[in-house]
Write a protein that binds this ligand. Sequence first.
Ligand SMILES: Nc1nc2c(ncn2[C@@H]2O[C@H](COP(=O)(O)OP(=O)(O)OP(=O)(O)O)[C@@H](O)[C@H]2O)c(=O)[nH]1
Ligand SMILES: [Mg+2]
Length: 374
Amino acid sequence: MRIVIVVPTYNEAKNIGPYIEALRTQRAGSSHDIQVLIVDGNSPDGTSQIVKSKQSTADWIHLLVEEKKNGLGAAYILGFKHAMRELNADVIMEMDADFQHDPNDISRFISEIEHGYDYVIGSRFAKGGSIPRDWEFYRKVLSIGGNIFTKIVLGIPQVNDFTTGFKASRVKGFVDSLDLDSIMTKGFAYKIDLLFRMNKLGAKIKELPIHFHVRSEGESKMERNNPLESLKVVIALKIADSKSLLRFLSVGLVGLFTDTTLFNILRIFTGNSELGALLSGLVAIGVTYYLNNFWSFGDRKISGLQKTVQSFVVYYISSLIPIIVRAKIISWSVQYFGDSFLVSNSAFFTGVILGLIWNFTIYSKVIWREKRNA
Ligand SMILES: Nc1nc2c(ncn2[C@@H]2O[C@H](COP(=O)(O)OP(=O)(O)OP(=O)(O)O)[C@@H](O)[C@H]2O)c(=O)[nH]1
Ligand SMILES: [Mg+2]
């Protein structure tokens, strides 16, 4: 496999020489083709000159120099594209140049990819991992708290470290399927966006515990606004992800309105409540199908007569299930607890909530299931 380690640098002149030598050792001990791509933010301290001088003894070192320091995300996006297009990477690794990530760990990441994982995350917060003891209290709290918050909001329980900078990603089917130009930020929080998208693509994720060491030399480039930017990214991702849910709920309200209005009109004009309820129910299901297809799940629209009829039948049957279950819940509750307003309405709303969960799950996972990239 060809592994390309992308390493962003800004003023790492004191670290970059020893770092490249450490990678030379790793390379020598590996059965894989390890290449290193340094993306320098035009460091004024001469980092890129040191890299160039090393290139004369190592053709596996590649260098991109940005016009100016442009943020960690921007450097990585540039590096990812170059690693895929020019260096034919099978696996792309992300790693810092300041020895906070131990070069001896590289082989552990590669071995997990060989075991079939698509996204290996060096986790400081998994059991067996650690952050530096002498970090300031506020940095520890922000890092630990931020990761717990992100895990809950984004609903990715198996991940404990969303902002780690030490990772390995499979290219085929994963990094090459990402729209890198739409990554939300040029800064540090690109990590959260990338992880979220890899998870959406169905990547098999492995958290590998790592010890995050103290910076060996040089200054930190951590931006003060990182926590705020990360918060913005987490919220924006959640809102974008909930778009289908919010639209589905609105469509449900439109359906309820259609059903009630039509039922009453038909009841008055035909004098037959049963027929009215049947027709209004059928029309409401048709209306909600149409709105869900063109709006809630518009990005996964079903077209073509055969597919539309098939999916409508599934939609109709699956939508009937929670209605039947609801009726049963109500009749059991009334039987056990007595037929009071509180009992029947509690049962009714329990049924409604279960129905919403059922419908949204079937709609989003079966009828309008997301199309995966190959
Ligand atoms: N090209 C580029 N590299 C950057 C930029 N910001 C940071 N880096 C590099 O990215 C890596 C991570 O940055 P660090 O400053 O070490 O961030 P950190 O590890 O979260 O913070 P410390 O624990 O204080 O080191 C290092 O190799 C930096 O040199 C940038 O804007 N552009
Ligand atoms: Mg660092």
